[in-house]
Ligand binder design. Structure first.
Ligand code: HEM
Length: 453
């Protein structure tokens, strides 16, 4: 798609050849937030390609609900497909229903309850890992925590340990590479320059580690009660079992889609609690009342109401999946515009969440806006997307984040170190860097052997 689309305003500032590449690489959030001023649909240019940004909640819903017409596609999805194989997050509509059916049982309530037990163990390990007064690099710790927890629910067998470590090491480079490659013109993304080479190397190492784990599972014939064992037992519509390539793609997809988004959400939540100490104290009162000195479990979830609202508000302010794409499979009519086939459409939870027409006081952290009596504009809160392609891990992520945040806030008080705001690196997720907090021990047994509370 190279040409201008009739009737759709073009965002100002496009340069010859590169289009809007610089603001998209340098300060994409500010750039996105300027777009609604130009219309409900706005054209931007990624090098020679044109993409249409959808700027109103009801139009985003229309795109999400018509998943055959607005199919998965666009540069980010193509790069995800290259990196991970044709898994659930990037497969086209034609393969989606079947793939979703094969993965859905792994996200049932019964399975979630079992995963919650693994989550609580991992949270326990995290909550005793700090010493009183320690400065914690929150982003790094939450990344380790989310990757260990998610990898352990995907594959529990001891033998998978080295693969988990390799994948954990490679994922940050894969995330960075996918975003860079998606916004760079294809000619640049194929050059053998260091960032491209680092990305290729990381992708190949992670790929090999997951392949090895699949063959180990196939060899030992034992069922481990985890997602990989379930996929190995799954029958497709014709009664055959899933091939290695498909299982590989699904495992990589779950790792990539699950780990960073959940880690990023928890990092932002702790940052926001440090900036809003009154909310942190209220949350502590709630969690100490419910948990005392123990780790939160599945059965506590209904009582951890404020923790859930803190996570929800964090996902509104900093939605980890901030830019997502679709491609029109046929000519489409959206608002008053006629959009030709194979046009890339972009929807951005960040843009919608920060538009004051749809979320009043958009920059204000206010978990109480999620109290049941509050009214919301339909479709104006979309951190997990919507329609048939809505996040399959939504309940998993909300469970993990709520249990983790409640437990650690009941045992530790966090305060900011320094006054610098985190630096945001927009890659596939909105990743914060430099969230350093001081952890003050309130109760429990901790890494330095102290017992408080
Ligand atoms: C706070 C954490 C999370 C956020 C904000 C998030 C966000 C999203 C969003 C926005 C989508 C839709 C993408 C689109 O419309 O193109 C999505 C899809 C998906 N997510 Fe998540 N996600 C999170 C956690 C997880 C976890 C924990 C898993 C799995 C362990 C997961 C697995 C997936 C998969 C497989 C899809 C593709 C679903 C489909 O196309 O049917 N996500 N996620």
């Amino acid at each position: 798609m190279a040409t201008d689309l009739e009737g759709i305003t073009q965002a100002p500032g496009a340069l010859p050849i590169v289009g809007h590449l610089f603001p998209l690489l340098r300060d994409p959030l500010r750039f996105l937030n300027t777009l609604p001023a130009h219309g409900d649909l706005v054209q931007i240019r990624l090098g020679p390609q044109t993409a249409v940004v959808v700027c109103r909640p009801e139009l985003v819903q229309e795109v999400l609900l018509h998943d055959r017409m607005y199919d998965k596609g666009g540069p980010i999805i193509e790069r995800i497909g290259n990196a991970l194989g044709n898994g659930l997050a990037s497969c086209p509509h034609s393969a989606h229903r079947r793939q979703r059916r094969s993965l859905q049982p792994a996200f049932s309530r019964t399975c979630l309850r079992e995963y919650a037990a693994i989550m609580s163990q991992q949270i326990d390990t995290l909550a005793i890992s700090w010493s009183d007064g320690q400065t914690v690099d929150v982003a790094a710790q939450m990344y380790d925590f989310a990757s260990d927890t998610i990898a352990r629910t995907l594959f529990t067998a001891e033998a998978a340990g080295p693969a988990v470590d390799t994948v954990k090491e490679c994922l940050p480079e894969i995330f960075r590479g996918i975003y860079q490659q998606a916004v760079l013109p294809p000619s640049l993304s194929r050059l053998p320059i260091p960032p491209n080479l680092r990305y290729e190397r990381a992708r190949n190492r992670a790929w090999a580690a997951v392949s090895k784990t699949i063959s180990l599972y196939r060899q030992d014939d034992e069922t481990h009660g985890d997602v990989l064992s379930m996929l190995l037992k799954t029958q497709d519509d014709a009664g055959g079992s899933l091939g290695d390539a498909e299982i590989h793609a699904q495992i990589m997809t779950l790792l990539v889609a699950g780990i960073e988004s959940t880690a990023v959400a928890l990092t932002w939540a702790l940052h926001l609690l440090c900036q809003n100490s009154d909310v942190q104290e209220r949350l502590r009162t709630e969690t100490v009342k419910v948990l005392g000195t123990r780790t939160a479990t599945w059965d506590d979830l209904p009582q951890l109401d404020l923790a859930r609202r803190v996570i929800t508000e964090t996902l509104r302010l900093y939605p980890p999946g901030w830019i997502l794409t679709r491609t029109t499979s046929t000519e489409a009519r959206l608002a008053d515009a006629v959009i030709p086939p194979e046009t890339t459409l972009i929807y951005s939870p960040y843009l919608i969440h920060h538009d004051e027409r749809f979320n009043p006081r958009p920059d204000c952290f206010d978990p109480d806006r999620w109290l049941p009596e509050q009214q919301h504009v339909r479709g104006a809160f979309i951190p997990f997307g919507g329609g048939a392609r809505k996040c399959i891990g939504e309940s998993y992520a909300m469970t993990l984040a709520t249990l983790a945040l409640s437990t650690i806030v009941s045992q530790w008080r966090f305060s900011r170190v320094g006054h610098q705001l985190p630096h945001i690196e927009p890659r596939m997720t909105l990743t914060p860097h430099g969230v350093q907090v001081r952890a003050e021990c309130l109760q429990g047994t901790h890494a330095d052997g102290t017992v408080t509370g």
